[in-house]
Design a protein around this ligand. Sequence first.
Ligand code: DAH
Length: 331
Amino acid sequence: MSATLEKIGQAMDTKELAVLKVDTLGKSGSFTAILKGMKDLSAEDRPVIGKLVNEARDKLERVFLSNEQRLHILEVNETLKNNQQDVSIDKKIQMGSLHPLHIVKQRIIKFFVGLGFWVEDSPEIESEYYNFTALNVPADHPARDMQDTFWLSNHLLLRSQTSNGQIRTMEQKKPPLKMLSPGRVYRADEIDATHSPCFHQIEGLVVDKNITMCDLKGVLEAFAKEFFGAQTKIRFRPSYFPFTEPSVEVDASCFACGGNGCRICKGTGYIEVLGAGMVNKKVLQNCGIDDTVYSGFAFGMGLERLTNILYQIGDMRALFDNDVRFLRQFQ
Ligand code: DAH
């Protein structure tokens, strides 16, 4: 016993101690052999010797435990000492950078939030109703085709536009409404320099009493000036969207040439920025909003388009390839 206690005290590390413990208290350990021998003692001796043996076992266990703790602490300290980091070494930590799409999205959101818009989230897996029907898209409209929309089962689809956010907001909240709905949208397009099956849009919606097209123009002009520069002018071209009436395509004067015509605006002096219009009365009615009291405007823009124009990125795929040499330029 005293020899064992001495060995325990001399153990150099927890591994050595563990081996010693097995040799002593394990199934075929030396102390276990003594315990096993108890059955050969006379009935008289057994209680007396049994008591001594039990006390000895308790002591062994306590000594093992305290030495395990002692050696463990030593080992932890040793490890810490050997793995010390020299924080004074200049390791040239590489700064990450925001993705250009994110930068542009944040700029747009910041501008509209400054005007009192709030941001809404709406689902990417959407029902046919919210993506098309409630938005007054006719049942036979080509946008609903298999070739354009990713259909799932049970009249569900991957939303093809963030305009679904309009409907959900108008259903859930009462006017006055001023919301922005950014997010991913999906269309069954082949990937090339100007197309991707997944891209991003930002939808805007305002509904209140006495909202007119002047409000739409004022807001979008202020946006274009903030986004492209103070000299920027906008123009409305008549267009068609089922969910707005009248509908317009909005162009901004080219920030690169000021409207004279250059490579960026393809010689036209203007850049196509977004689609917009006055919310179609049928859409207001579909959402239970009284169209004799309220009117509204809506707009929708493609984030990739605006990002490509702003940074003069020729190929949309660069936005999704995640080549760090490209991304690093946007610090
Ligand atoms: N949803 C349209 C699209 O994907 C964009 C759009 C146009 C949204 C006009 C609008 C709008 O809210 O008024 O092309």
